[in-house]
Write a protein that binds this ligand. Sequence first.
Ligand code: PHE
Ligand code: CO
Length: 297
Amino acid sequence: MNAQPRRVENIATDRGVIPQYATGVVEQPWSDYSAADHQVWATLFQRQRELLPGRACSAFLDAQHALGMTPDAIPRFDQLNRHLRAATGWQLIGVEGLLPEAVFFDHLAQRRFPVTWWIRRADRLDYIAEPDLFHDLFGHVPLLMNPVFADYMQAYGQGGLRAQREFGDEALLNLTRLYWYTVEFGLMREPDGLRIYGAGIVSSEGESIYSLASPAPNRIGFDLERVMRTRYRIDSYQKTYFVIDGFEQLFAATQQDFAPIYPRVAGAESMAAGSVQPGDRVHHHGTREGWPEGADV
Ligand code: PHE
Ligand code: CO
């Protein structure tokens, strides 16, 4: 029997039944992981580590090595925390699953990163409807070792809390797009070419190849307000990836006061996930082949 998350409540919505998780911090139940759980980790870990040299940015690859993550077993949060504490002061906390926005922002603002404690099952290696331990640990945690990225994540949490207090839902949507196109699906320009830093890409076999090699998606230079206006896909690979020149650029762009930015973005039209706009710094104009029909989020 695999370890399973504790669902507190199922909420009926117009999109079906959505599980609601407990928001509390849970101790990682490390000794309850089954051999099958550890095997899932090993399989996914080895597959991605073979793919990622030459594809993931060097900060990601180096940090994952420094954290001592191996395929041998699901890492223990408390061991990773020793490395994180020394490098940037970040700490992992165990959670049941996706958190309400306010709780999530508050953790980030305090340099605590919530990690889902349970791992997907072996018969669902590639399809997961929601983040699990592999996505969170393998994908997100390495960059928390990078001092600039670590500061960006904290600033994002602080900015989210402020947006909730002062600016409302529209501002939160703009921040969600920023998170999506950077933390989850960001690309970075390195001397030898484009590289991945987004956790949603590095934890996906298909998208680690597609995001860099496919002619279909756009690859466009990062611009803060452009990103905040761009809708995205939750049901397929992205139609557009935004490319930063380094974490310093991302941090600097988001250090400015967003108070005048939110109303400006709210007053402008949002953009389709796959559109290319005048003024875009286009690394690659997507051929759009194989793009799904239907609405962006
Ligand atoms: N600088 C933003 C503000 O003034 C906060 C923020 C930082 C938002 C980093 C996102 C990322 O509200
Ligand atoms: Co994620």
